[in-house]
Design a protein around this ligand. Structure first.
Ligand SMILES: *[C@@H]1O[C@H](CO)[C@@H](O)[C@H](O)[C@H]1NC(C)=O
Ligand SMILES: *[C@@H]1O[C@H](CO)[C@@H](O)[C@H](O)[C@H]1NC(C)=O
Ligand SMILES: *[C@@H]1O[C@H](CO)[C@@H](O)[C@H](O)[C@H]1NC(C)=O
Ligand SMILES: *[C@@H]1O[C@H](CO)[C@@H](O)[C@H](O)[C@H]1NC(C)=O
Ligand SMILES: *[C@@H]1O[C@H](CO)[C@@H](O)[C@H](O)[C@H]1NC(C)=O
Length: 264
């Protein structure tokens, strides 16, 4: 049965093939076809294709433009966000700065309390043996030792400090409490020898600014004797008290020494 079918198929194929060949032969024998019709169709197709391409390009361009616009908007938003964030950051860092200033004020207050109880408390923002008052540190240099004004000034410079100045009411009261007798003051040396004056009026005097380079034997320098200020030849000798700016109080220094004190 199957053999028969295959045979029939084959026969059929054969016949169709021969038919095709016959058609082909006939075609060849005819005159060549007029091209205009085919060309016109081709041109039309091409135009259509071009049009489609152009439309496609247009659509593509539109999509591109849209994408670009979106990108541009995104960029602008990002920039806006960024500048907003920067502003917030500045705000934050300002807040942190403000907070740390406040913290330091509190630490300083706390340290002052501790300092009144223990003059050598670890939180003291002055070197050992220096007294602390307001934002300055004071050192009575080798109490018995007396030097000329210029030498005294040099000794204080060696500590990165300068001779005692009294420029505020608070410092005035502090110095009065020290009962200083025969100490040089950091007043500007002068050519005349003015009368003594009460310590209370010393704030307004001309304090030395480390500018006068010529201090000769004939100049007069100020010194303190309890609550009176005198002038005398700068080449005489007096005791020395130096001052310099205190460092800032470290919060850790309060906490650390508290722990240590607790252990004792
Ligand atoms: C900008 O910030 C807003 C609000 O914080 C957020 O929703 C948005 O995603 C951000 N934009 C970009 C581009 O980061
Ligand atoms: C910055 O801080 C001030 C005051 O704390 C606040 O009024 C302002 O809105 C803040 N600005 C920003 C951008 O966060
Ligand atoms: C920080 O302190 C300054 C001055 O005290 C103030 O002008 C500013 O608003 C403060 N900033 C913040 C963020 O609190
Ligand atoms: C003085 O200050 C200088 C620089 O400011 C520093 O190098 C030096 O160690 C300081 N000397 C003393 C005794 O503090
Ligand atoms: C320092 O000295 C110069 C020149 O000797 C003078 O012009 C200047 O005013 C002085 N400065 C102070 C603060 O005394």
């Amino acid at each position: 049965m199957s053999e028969e079918v295959t045979y029939a198929d084959l026969k059929f194929q054969d016949s169709s093939q021969t038919e095709n060949i016959q058609k082909f032969d006939k075609f060849e024998k005819e005159d060549p076809p007029v091209p205009s019709h085919v060309w016109r169709q081709g041109a039309l197709a091409l135009t259509l294709l071009c049009l489609l391409l152009l439309i496609g390009l247009g659509v593509f361009g539109a999509i591109c433009m849209e994408k670009l616009n979106k990108l541009q908007n995104f960029k602008e938003e990002l920039q806006r966000n960024l500048s907003l964030q920067l502003m917030q950051n500045t705000n934050s860092s300002q807040k942190i700065r403000n907070l740390s200033i406040k913290l330091e004020e509190i630490a300083t207050k706390l340290c002052r309390e501790l300092y009144t109880k223990n003059k050598e408390h670890k939180c003291k923002p002055c070197p050992e043996e220096w007294m602390w008052h307001d934002d300055k540190c004071y050192l009575l240099h080798a109490y018995q030792r007396q030097e000329t004004w210029q030498k005294s000034d040099e000794i204080c410079s060696g500590y990165n400090a300068s001779l005692l100045t009294i420029k505020s009411k608070s410092v005035l009261e502090f110095i009065k409490s020290l009962m200083l007798s025969n100490f040089w003051l950091g007043l500007s040396p002068r050519k005349d020898n003015p009368r003594y004056r009460n310590l209370d009026t010393v704030i307004l005097l001309h304090w030395f600014t480390r500018n006068t380079s010529v201090i000769n034997d004939k100049m007069y320098c100020g010194w303190i004797h309890y609550t009176t200020v005198y002038y005398t030849k700068c080449t005489e000798t007096k005791s020395i008290i130096c001052e310099k700016l205190a460092q800032s109080v470290k919060i850790e220094s309060i906490l650390m020494s508290e722990v240590l004190d607790g252990r004792k």
